[in-house]
Write a protein that binds this ligand. Structure first.
Ligand code: FES
Ligand code: FES
Length: 212
């Protein structure tokens, strides 16, 4: 007799290995169905799901934002940040979420021309203001000079921080805070780059500053 317990081979055990076991087969059928559902690609976008969800939640109100020259309306709770409004409700995913705590600068956008961390800003507070994201920087096919300079100076590796760096760089030059390498580094210090592309980023920002 084996020293180890044998598996319960009764028909009631769903893991029973008996080939003619109906319980096991129906269990596998059910599990397969659930797995199939889980693997089915979503038929609706995140923005559409949020729109449907927001209809069921109290305190949701209509918010109209002016983004890249266009009025965009969404329904969201007052606690929704501008970063989430852009990415999750308006499908503008160029603005990145890094820390979500105001520490990395990946979420930098412009409000009335000034750079801000969109993860620390409530969407409702930005109504009536002009919001510019990385998607609104180029004019059609013509890149913004800062975008061109980043490409020229290879100012990125993985690219995750790049939209925030570029938005910050544009504002930094406009503020007059990129007149020397040291000054540019200091005033761009709120934008972290985990790939360490800092010398190239500084070179790009300085080039645009010199020609401004
Ligand atoms: Fe906003 Fe990091 S995501 S500062
Ligand atoms: Fe990778 Fe900056 S290029 S984090």
């Amino acid at each position: 007799m084996s020293a180890y317990p044998t598996p319960d081979d009764s028909p009631e055990n769903p893991l029973s290995a008996r080939p003619d076991d109906k319980s096991r087969r129906s269990f596998m059928k059910q599990a397969g169905g659930i797995l199939g559902l889980a693997l089915t690609p979503p038929l609706v976008s995140q923005a559409e799901r949020l729109k449907a969800y927001s209809k069921t939640v109290e305190g949701v109100s209509e918010i109209t934002l002016r983004v890249n020259g266009q009025a965009r309306t969404l329904r969201a709770e007052p606690r929704v940040t501008l970063l989430d409004a852009l990415r999750e409700y308006l499908d503008l995913t160029g603005t990145k979420k890094g820390c979500d705590h105001g520490q990395c600068g990946a979420c930098t956008v412009h409000i009335d021309g000034k750079r801000i961390n969109s993860c620390l800003t409530l969407a409702v507070m930005t109504q009536g203001k002009e919001i510019t994201t990385i998607e609104g920087l180029a004019k059609g096919e013509a890149l913004h000079p800062m975008q061109t300079a980043f490409i020229k100076h290879d100012g990125f590796q993985c690219g995750y921080c790049t939209p925030g760096q570029i938005m910050s760089g544009v504002a930094c030059v406009k503020e007059g805070h990129a007149t020397t390498d040291a000054q540019a580094r200091e005033w761009m210090s709120g934008n972290l780059c985990r790939c360490g592309a800092y010398p190239n980023i500084t070179a790009a920002v300085r080039e645009v500053a010199k020609s401004a």
